[in-house]
Write a protein that binds this ligand. Structure first.
Ligand code: MN
Ligand code: FE
Length: 349
């Protein structure tokens, strides 16, 4: 056991003492300041500036459209349910990984500050899908069991979870070995790059296509906010991975890079299988081919950010998605409605 850090001392911590992980209790994990990893603090501020709550969004038109018999085809109903069914459990899965695995291993306070913010955002996303499912009167048993009952969704989730269990069993000292660090980094790739950066996007692009046709506006407004949150989550995750690699360059060996490359590649195939199951016949100008191209385009961008070579060379068939990702909080992409968030009500004394 290492010595407890909390004791009387006149020795103060400087930024040079701080590390992303493996601080070994030599640095007080309760001292945010002095901040070393400014990017982590900035991501925290960005997350706070984007605050939103699902129940602020009206589901009235979605409910009317879903009830009507002449608006959605059977194929459209199928894909909407598959997308909501995937997200219904995926957001909880992400939250659990974050709090139980990632938070334990990352002992830098700036990063933990962001992780706490992100964990709350995952709770909001879980809430959003519960709210959508309930508003539309969907079969809750069907939606919340889909990740065990629909193979294409099961495969995505087990791929995402495959590297989490070994991190859950880790002792802090395991992070000091090259193998332990690699296991942890692979879990970060599975969470931030694959789940949030690839597996979410088939659903995002499909649902937002309904929004572009003025269908399911309340659901799509929430999906836009989620997409905006998720792109910050992924950006934080990639910075985190790269910072760990920079501080521990011995982990980034050729065999490990090849393993990560393959891990992402297999996720792209699983996302394609999921899209094929969701969208057998194509809808709203979307088809499997275009979404496949889009997912490959995204995967290439993720590879580049991880400083790995691109694998696909596909171009972006949905340039409008970039506009949604850059959405500013005050404007709704589809309706240009002002949705300025008000922090708390006025207190009455
Ligand atoms: Mn989320
Ligand atoms: Fe997330």
């Amino acid at each position: 056991m290492s010595e407890p850090t909390f004791r009387m001392s006149q020795q103060r911590i400087t930024v040079d003492d701080k590390k992303i992980i493996n601080n070994d209790r030599t640095v007080d994990c309760n001292q945010l300041v002095p901040i070393k990893y400014r990017w982590a603090w900035n991501f925290y501020l960005d997350g706070c500036a984007n605050h939103w709550m699902p129940t602020e969004v009206s589901m009235q038109r979605d409910i009317e459209q879903w009830k009507a018999t002449n608006i959605f085809s059977a194929d459209e109903r199928h894909v909407i349910k598959r997308v909501l069914g995937f997200f219904a459990t995926a957001e909880t899965l992400v939250g659990n990984n974050l709090v139980l695995a990632v938070y334990r291993c990352v002992d830098n306070p700036e990063c933990r500050q962001y992780l706490l913010r992100q964990a709350f955002e995952e709770a909001i996303h879980v809430h959003a899908f519960q709210y959508i499912v309930q508003s539309l009167g969907l079969d809750e048993g069907e939606m919340f069991n889909m990740y065990r009952e629909v193979e294409a969704i099961y495969e995505k989730d087990s791929h995402a979870m495959s590297c989490t269990s070994s991190v859950l069993e880790m002792n802090p000292d395991d992070l000091k070995t090259k193998e332990g660090l690699q296991t942890f980094i692979k879990n970060l790739v599975g969470l931030y790059v694959i789940t949030e950066g690839i597996f979410f996007y088939g659903g995002f692009v499909t649902m937002l296509s309904f929004g572009r046709h003025n269908h399911m506006p309340g659901t799509c407004e929430q999906i836009q906010y989620i997409l905006r949150d998720e792109s910050i989550h992924m950006n934080f995750g990639i910075e985190l991975i790269n910072a760990i690699v920079d501080e521990n360059p011995q982990v980034w060996e050729e065999a490990f890079k090849a393993d990560i490359t393959e891990f992402i590649k297999s996720a792209v195939s699983l996302e394609q299988a999921y899209i094929a199951e969701c969208l057998p016949n194509g809808i709203l100008g979307l088809n499997q081919q275009l979404i496949q191209e889009y997912i490959q385009y995204l995967a290439d961008r993720r590879y580049e950010r991880l400083r790995l070579p691109k694998m696909y060379g596909s171009s972006n068939p949905f340039p409008w998605m970039s506009e949604v990702i850059d959405l500013k909080k005050e404007k709704n992409f589809f309706e240009s409605r002002v949705t300025e968030y008000q922090t708390g009500g006025a207190l009455e004394w």
